[in-house]
Design a protein around this ligand. Structure first.
Ligand SMILES: [Fe+2]
Length: 132
């Protein structure tokens, strides 16, 4: 039996369309909000169809030296072209791209996770340094 964490795949986002791409400053000021953008398929587009799409993105921040991470956002994408006319007939789609603002008093690591409805769980991470 696999451990749950073994089900999360990762790779270089430049060559793999399922890896969450985290865009935020490398260095931030303590206690000041900064923008974070998470998307998938920055270099190679991930499909967004009724049959094949990204269901959700979740983001966590783990401050250096602390035992547990904090969830900073969870985003569900709930329109993928489905309609009473059939799959990919509505023309309504939510794109797998999210923006949030956060602040921290401690340096740490931002983790992003995502679920593709047919290719499973993916993750990536980015270090954020706080300057006082
Ligand atoms: Fe996929």
């Amino acid at each position: 039996m696999k451990q749950f964490e073994e089900l999360f795949q990762t790779a270089d986002w430049k060559t793999e369309k399922h890896v969450p791409v985290i865009e935020c400053p490398d260095r931030v000021k303590a206690g000041e909000f900064f923008p974070v953008k998470v998307t998938l398929g920055k270099e190679i587009a991930h499909p967004n169809t009724t049959e094949h799409h990204i269901r959700w993105i979740s983001a966590y921040f783990h401050p250096d030296g602390e035992k547990f991470p904090y969830q900073v956002g969870h985003f569900e994408f709930t329109a993928h072209g489905e309609s009473t006319e059939g799959p990919d007939k509505s023309s309504i789609y939510t794109h797998h791209e999210v923006s949030l603002s956060m602040k921290t008093g401690k340096s740490g690591v931002l983790y992003a996770t995502a679920l593709c409805n047919i290719h499973g769980l993916w993750r990536s991470e980015k270090e954020i340094k706080v300057s006082k």
